[in-house]
Write a protein that binds this ligand. Structure first.
Ligand SMILES: [Zn+2]
Length: 203
């Protein structure tokens, strides 16, 4: 999950303004350059609501792929549920008599039972199976916008105590905190508003 905070959005803008003022560093020249006007437009877009205030997060999803190559042709099925994919695999390999023989009394094989029996049957060479049945997965990453409307806002507060201690903490408000060194109550000298997923409470 990546949340773009105000400070981070500000940093991106500052970087773009520097780029606009002093040109591209050598090592970035090769990937093409935006004109000063393009950078203006980009800064404007980043300043706009769509970019700066919307938390973005990544969601990883495993997609299971069951591929079979038999004399009936090649089939490929996708599953997002691991158990369902495994059940499909088990059902498929159990259509072979040699696999059922390997499993013997085991009529409710787990995926690894079925997989083992399948490999035994295929590699023993006596079953004559030339088909292939494979279950594999791929991990896909989705970039999503988090729902923002009702999300609470958190503040990353920065504190500095007279004793020299400096720290930051995240709270549901710009509230005071106690110095971890000397226990003095300190007001934040700066706060960074961050949109969050989940909830925060003020102590
Ligand atoms: Zn202190």
């Amino acid at each position: 999950m990546k949340i773009i905070s105000k400070i981070e959005a500000g940093t991106i803008l500052a970087g773009l303004r520097l780029l606009q003022a002093s040109g591209y560093p050598k090592e970035f020249e090769s990937s093409g350059q935006l004109s000063k006007e393009d950078i203006d437009n980009l800064c404007e877009a980043i300043n706009g609501k769509d970019f700066a205030s919307v938390p973005v997060f990544e969601e990883k999803i495993k997609v299971w792929k069951l591929v079979s190559d038999t004399n009936e042709g090649t089939t490929s099925a996708l599953y997002i549920d691991e158990l369902e994919a495994e059940q499909a695999y088990i059902g498929m390999v159990c259509t072979y008599e040699a696999v059922r023989e390997e499993l013997g009394e085991n009529t409710t094989p787990t995926f690894s039972d079925a997989n083992e029996a399948w490999e035994e049957a295929v590699y023993s060479g006596t079953s004559g199976i030339i088909d292939t049945i494979d279950l594999d997965y791929e991990e896909l990453t989705f970039i999503k916008k988090a729902p923002v409307n009702n999300d609470p806002v958190e503040y990353r507060n920065f504190y500095r105590c007279d004793c020299g201690q400096e720290w930051e903490d995240t709270w549901g408000c710009m509230c005071n905190d106690r110095c971890p060194e000397c226990n003095k109550e300190i007001e934040p000298y700066a706060s960074d508003e961050i949109s969050i997923i989940g909830s925060a409470s003020c102590k």
